[in-house]
Write a protein of this length. Structure first.
Length: 255
């Protein structure tokens, strides 16, 4: 049995075609994710905390829009941010800090940035499908081989047995190729995922952590109490000055 005969066997050719199709499908999906994640990462990398005040809306990327909407709900915005957003040229030395109450990895992870953008479940079943092709073609080839055996004529017995053995060998090789391609697929898929997807979504998480400081509940409550006390002191001063200002205004109007 020559290598050429093995390679050109229809069952093995079909298994090979399935393997190549699965590899190309994964490559196409991961290339799409890589292109978009790389675009998001490069934009985040170009930002700094000072620019968040007037470039905040630019963070809403179509590729991450769903995660971004959930992410915004976990942010604490300073009041001055809105003023700076309306007047981006008058920011001066103002450094707005937008605090994050939940870690960015909760919103931007492999589920939201990778798996939700591709048919991940189908990709996960590809090795199983490749493995399943092995027993299928093995038993199919053996069934066909037994139907070709001819014991009716004594002269054809030897030839029939040789043909049967050759077909059984091919049938066994179907399972070998299927399992081998399945293992090779898992190896290649893992390499492509790490190089084209994983490194980018991890980099995006780091950029969000760099841009948005996570505030603890304790710190948030302390800042809230401080702000409340400042407001109370300001209100007391206004109330105390109100009668005096009213009297002065009356004197001016009478005089």
């Amino acid at each position: 049995m020559t290598i050429l005969k093995i390679i050109t066997e229809p069952a093995i050719l079909i298994i090979t075609v399935f393997f190549l199709f699965f590899i190309m499908t994964v490559l196409r999906n991961y290339a799409y994710v890589e292109k978009n994640l790389n675009s998001v990462y490069n934009f985040l990398k170009s930002l700094n905390k000072k620019e968040l005040s007037y470039r905040f809306n630019e963070l809403d990327n179509p590729f991450t829009s769903t995660s971004w909407e959930d992410f915004k709900k976990a942010l604490i915005f300073p009041e001055k941010l809105y003023i700076a957003t309306k007047n981006p040229t008058n920011t001066g030395d103002f450094k707005p800090e937008i605090y994050l109450t939940i870690d960015a990895s909760y919103f931007f992870n492999e589920d939201t940035l990778v798996f939700s953008k591709i048919n991940h479940k189908f990709i996960q079943t590809m090795p199983t499908l490749l493995t399943g092709l092995g027993p299928f073609f093995t038993f199919l080839k053996m069934a066909v081989a037994f139907t070709e055996v001819n014991f009716s004529m004594e002269a054809n017995v030897g030839e029939s047995l040789n043909g049967l053995i050759a077909n059984i060998q091919i049938a066994a090789l179907c399972s070998v190729f299927a399992v081998g391609f399945s293992l090779l697929f898992m190896f290649i898929e893992k390499i492509m995922y790490n190089r084209m997807c994983k490194k980018y979504y991890l980099a995006i998480q780091k950029e969000f952590i760099r841009l948005f400081d996570v505030v603890t509940s304790e710190k948030f409550l302390i800042d809230l109490v401080k702000e409340s006390k400042i407001q109370n002191v300001t209100n007391e001063k206004l109330l105390k000055a109100l009668p005096e200002n009213f009297a002065k205004a009356m004197e001016k109007s009478i005089g």
